[in-house]
Write a protein that binds this ligand. Structure first.
Ligand SMILES: O=C(O)[C@H](O)[C@@H](O)[C@H](O)[C@H](O)COP(=O)(O)O
Length: 253
């Protein structure tokens, strides 16, 4: 059984907001000047907006100027392209903060000048690796899970699952389009303090039933669940958890 905890809610955004806030507060209370967060793409940026921008009580306590936001994976496209994960964060977070005249976070995007050169994808990964926090340690990583059990741009049975000597790598054959991406590797995820997955909707039930089963399938999400250092939690909605065995779930306090 994984160490990861699975929490289900009718709407996970309230608990997710409280969870993010409590980690932010705990990190900043240690005297650290920054809160380092990594986010993935897909539906996560929208869930993040609901949790920490739309919820006014939480929103008022988010110390955005102390946040450093990185991308757990990024599609190798211009930043204003509809496939860009930066673009999603810009839409759901940065533009919202500007509208509210709230000072924003520092956001680390890929080098856009290299995205159109097919030979430069490894340079993009290397350059992004050089932007990572010096200790290569994230306070919080927010992820999604694909229906095949992928997370970040780490796909089932892909050779990138075996990388041990790099923190950021490129992929040119992503089964989920677009094919060219960069992604965190397991060694980088393994260094983080907290990892939270957000999964909503009935199309996640089948993969969740596999991920939380006793039997191991070697899926990327299962590998994250089994990491030693990070505290791993899953915030799902009832539609995603519908019909899953009760013993898969933990009680959220
Ligand atoms: O494609 C990306 O950019 C991702 O970061 C990817 O790993 C995503 O998080 C999952 O595919 C879940 O996507 P959904 O949240 O849209 O289901």
């Amino acid at each position: 059984m994984p160490n990861a905890k699975l929490f289900s809610f009718s709407d996970p955004s309230i608990a997710l907001g409280e969870y993010i806030l409590s980690i932010q507060n705990a990190v900043l209370a240690t005297g650290k000047p920054h809160f380092t967060v990594a986010v993935s793409g897909g539906s996560l940026p929208k869930s993040l907006k609901k949790a920490i921008i739309d919820n006014k009580t939480i929103a008022s306590q988010i110390q955005w100027p102390k946040w450093k936001i990185y991308f757990a994976d990024e599609r190798v496209v211009p930043l204003n392209h509809e496939d860009s994960n930066y673009g999603l964060i810009d839409t759901y977070i940065l533009k919202e903060l500007i509208k509210k005249q709230v000072l924003g976070p520092e956001v680390f995007a890929i080098n856009e000048n290299l995205v159109n050169d097919p030979l430069k994808i490894d340079d993009i990964a290397l350059e992004y690796e050089s932007l990572l926090p010096e200790d290569k340690e994230f306070d919080l990583v927010l992820l999604g899970s694909g229906p095949d059990g992928h997370t970040c741009s780490l796909f089932p049975n892909h050779p990138l699952l075996k990388v041990t000597d790099k923190f950021i790598v490129s992929i040119t054959d992503s089964p989920k389009p677009p094919p060219r991406r960069i992604t965190f590797t397991f060694p980088l995820l393994a260094n983080s303090s907290y990892i939270a997955f957000v999964a909503e909707g009935s199309n996640k039930t089948e993969i969740l039933s596999k991920i939380f089963a006793k039997e191991n399938h070697g899926l990327p999400t299962e590998i994250v669940n089994a990491l030693q250092k990070p505290n791993v939690s899953w915030f799902i909605n009832d539609a995603a958890g519908n019909g899953l065995p009760e013993e898969y779930f933990s009680k959220y306090n």
